[in-house]
Design a protein around this ligand. Structure first.
Ligand SMILES: N=c1c2ncn([C@@H]3O[C@H](COP(=O)(O)OP(=O)(O)OP(=O)(O)O)[C@@H](O)[C@H]3O)c2ncn1[C@@H]1O[C@H](COP(=O)(O)O)[C@@H](O)[C@H]1O
Length: 96
């Protein structure tokens, strides 16, 4: 499986959670007033700091862990703003 496939799959699950809001889902909780946009932004800030610290310590596993947390929460943010991976891909394409 390529990286693009896993990103698409995770994004699809996020969109489904946004639609159906299952009670036992952390992702769904981010789309409710219980947590919401501020919780996502706070998480992104925390995880960015953790990524910087992991990079400084040259901890490769930790770098991958924090980077994945950031990508996941970034995908949630895109879905929250009614955007999708195409918006990200076209922005990157435009820079080539
Ligand atoms: N990729 C993720 C993902 N990354 C992080 N998290 C959750 O985000 C929450 C907060 O993350 P934290 O980084 O604070 O937690 P942590 O790993 O202990 O953090 P640190 O050690 O970095 O501080 C935790 O409950 C994690 O489980 C995620 N929750 C869900 N997903 C994806 O979303 C899908 C749907 O999951 P549900 O949310 O369960 O519906 C899953 O199949 C995954 O693909």
């Amino acid at each position: 499986m390529t990286d693009a496939d896993v990103l698409d799959e995770v994004f699809e699950v996020i969109e489904a959670r946004k639609e159906t809001l299952p009670e036992d889902s952390y992702t769904a909780s981010l789309f409710t007033h219980e947590k919401g946009e501020n919780a996502v932004l706070e998480k992104l800030g925390e995880e960015m700091t953790e990524l910087v610290l992991a990079a400084k310590d040259d901890e490769h596993e930790e770098i991958a862990h924090e980077a994945a947390d950031i990508v996941y929460h970034m995908l949630v943010l895109l879905a929250m703003k009614d955007m999708d991976l195409e918006d990200l891909r076209s922005e990157l394409e435009d820079r080539r």
